[in-house]
Design a protein around this ligand. Structure first.
Ligand code: UDP
Length: 239
């Protein structure tokens, strides 16, 4: 039995595609992927049930295609496929670390992933398998943030842990505005009212309506995933 008691039994970890970039301008840095997996293993060892929603921004975002004149739905489907590629890379890295996983895609790709069946996913989690969700909710015009909120609710996760490249929610973008200040916690409605661009409004609204807390934290600081899972002060809590 682990000695440290986590604050949550079941979590949904949102990893952006960018988190797999490392120092690359594009694609997947396997070394970076492995170091993220090391941190995920630490919380897995605490017996926390983990589902991961993987993004695709390191490969393709729908918006990039539409800005260049593509049809939005076609561009978004390319983004969805990018998340599946990331899902395969993450699954491989987790399995090489000795963790049993299941890859669940919201669009059918039988050769590499299972379909989403709620009870089956919950069974995987109960058996300590890490579940990787890819392809968002399977429809264009959405983001993997909204997909995280939806799946977290469906599987009964107690929190969304959103790993980002900033330390939490700020009054402005801290990478651009040096006077930006960080909120230790903030209400859902204030994130929407202040127009803070940390997560899309659909995702925040879904969490608000169902009282699902979100913890936003910096993935680049080692140990932050574990701190978030233990309920220690890290990043910003949206409640
Ligand atoms: N996407 C989509 N529907 C979804 C989730 C994602 O169409 O339910 C597409 C969208 O084009 C998005 C891309 O997939 O830009 C990659 O997802 P996202 O931008 O959320 O990835 P992240 O920013 O987390 O890397």
């Amino acid at each position: 039995m682990p000695q440290i008691k986590p604050a949550y039994e079941r979590v949904l970890l949102k990893l952006s595609g960018e988190s797999l970039l490392g120092k690359l301008p594009y694609g997947i840095d396997l070394e970076t992927t492995r170091s993220i997996v090391k941190e995920i293993k630490e919380i897995h060892d605490l017996n926390v049930q983990i589902a991961i929603m993987i993004g695709g921004g390191n490969i393709f975002r729908g918006i990039r295609g539409t800005e260049a004149g593509m049809d939005r739905a076609s561009a978004d489907y390319m983004g969805l496929l990018a998340t599946i590629i990331n899902g395969i890379a993450l699954q491989d890295a987790l399995e090489q670390a000795g963790i049993v996983t299941r890859h669940i895609s919201a669009i059918e790709v039988k050769a590499v992933a299972e379909p989403f069946i709620k009870r089956r996913v919950i069974r995987h989690l109960e058996k300590r398998r890490i579940v990787i969700f890819s392809a968002g909710i399977g429809s264009p015009y959405f983001t993997t943030d909204t997909a995280s909120a939806l799946r977290a609710l469906e599987i009964g996760a107690q929190v969304i842990l959103k790993a980002t490249k900033v330390d939490g929610v700020y009054s402005a973008d801290p990478l651009i505005d040096k006077t930006a200040r960080k909120f230790p916690s903030i209400k859902y409605l204030d994130v929407i009212k202040k127009g803070l661009k940390i997560m899309d409004t659909t995702a925040i609204s879904l969490c608000k309506d169902n009282a699902l807390p979100i913890v936003i934290f910096n993935l680049k600081k080692r140990g932050n995933i574990k701190k978030a899972v233990l309920g220690h002060k890290v990043g910003t809590r949206i409640y």
